[in-house]
Design a protein around this ligand. Structure first.
Ligand SMILES: [Fe+2]
Ligand SMILES: [Fe+2]
Length: 174
């Protein structure tokens, strides 16, 4: 039986991942500005990294090869993969630091900047090319969704998010 999913097509699924991660980066920025406890900042950073890793993997395994095949635009996809590598290097740096270290928040900010720049390019170039190609984007959404569930299960689920706090509550906790 074919899976029923909440997304219109592959681009819609991938872009909803982007929106979620953007929301988490904005939340991190608030944590940083209001000096949230290290534990909360680390939990949030770990969740961001886990979500990004799954997203990058389904793009690299399924979406990028399909777009590469359909468009023949190797330089576009090579460039996107290089940007993924840049993000992975930053994530490895974050994971090697303690949230109390100088530079931890800066590293998360650098990751946010790199990821959001990549997302803009992906929307304007990769997604656009995909939409104009003969790709079955609806069918691809199902494949992406199933692989995403599989990867999340393999990882034992996504790391828990810190409790939602208002800036005042963050300040009170310091
Ligand atoms: Fe993406
Ligand atoms: Fe990407």
């Amino acid at each position: 039986m074919p899976s029923t999913i909440a997304y219109e097509d592959a681009v819609d699924l991938l872009d909803s991942d982007h929106k979620l991660v953007q929301k988490l980066f904005i939340q991190y920025q608030t944590f940083h500005e209001f000096g949230a406890p290290a534990e909360d900042r680390q939990k949030l950073a770990e969740r961001i990294c886990a979500a990004l890793s799954v997203h990058a993997q389904i793009e690299e395994e399924i979406f990028y090869p399909a777009v590469r095949e359909a468009t023949g635009d190797d330089s576009l996809l090579d460039h996107a993969e290089e940007e993924h590598q840049e993000a992975k290097d930053l994530m490895a740096r974050i994971q090697g630091l303690s949230p109390d270290d100088d530079g931890y928040d800066d590293c998360v900010t650098q990751l946010a900047d790199a990821v959001m720049a990549h997302v803009m390019e992906e929307r304007e170039r990769v997604f656009l090319q995909a939409r104009y190609s003969a790709l079955d984007l609806r069918g691809l959404a199902v494949t992406l969704h199933e692989r995403k569930q599989e990867l999340k299960a393999e990882a034992g689920g996504m790391p828990e998010l810190p409790a939602e706090k208002t800036p005042t509550q963050i300040e009170e906790n310091v």
